[in-house]
Design a protein around this ligand. Structure first.
Ligand SMILES: [Zn+2]
Length: 164
């Protein structure tokens, strides 16, 4: 009941289950108000660090995506993940459809422990497909030459995993 009242008072606070989950694992996260309008985020959180990995800069994501990103970073034993953004309200650069970034459901990773994705991305990609259904690598197209795009939207690139 108390949680219910809390949610009524602070409707923007991420749901008790997901946000509390991340906090209870010792992750540095902050519940934030979702942007309004078409590009809104379900349970918006700012992810600063997990118990093992810091994110540079901190990244705005949906809580469930923050969890996937953090679990992926832990899985590959990354201490530092550099990224160029989670939430961005925009269309996919190669189509008319909204990007998963528009809903805080995607992240673009540029470096892991100081090593640029353009130099080394295979193992991060393989691990990414354990947590996401779409992982686009520098092999995908020139738009992704310097980062790994990961999301759990409607894509399914990991199903057709042809990367060795
Ligand atoms: Zn992206």
């Amino acid at each position: 009941m108390r949680i219910f009242i809390l949610l009524l008072l602070f409707p923007f606070v991420a749901s008790a289950s997901c946000f509390d989950d991340l906090q209870s694992m010792g992750w540095r996260v902050k519940a934030v108000q979702s942007p309004s309008g078409f590009c809104s985020i379900n349970e918006a959180v700012r992810l600063y660090a997990t118990d093992t990995t810091t994110f540079h800069p901190s990244v705005l994501l949906s809580c469930s995506t923050a969890k996937d990103v953090g679990m992926w970073a832990k899985y590959i034993s990354a201490k530092r993940v550099d990224n160029v953004g989670g939430y961005v309200c925009r269309k996919q650069r190669s189509s008319i459809f909204p990007s998963q970034h528009s809903f805080g459901k995607a992240i673009d990773v540029t470096a892991i422990d100081g090593v640029p994705i353009s130099k080394d991305w295979h193992s991060a990609y393989k691990a990414g497909c354990k947590f996401f259904n779409t992982v686009l690598t520098p092999m995908h197209d020139s738009l992704h030459h310097d980062h790994l795009h990961m999301d759990n939207g409607y894509g399914y690139s990991c199903l057709f995993d042809i990367v060795r």
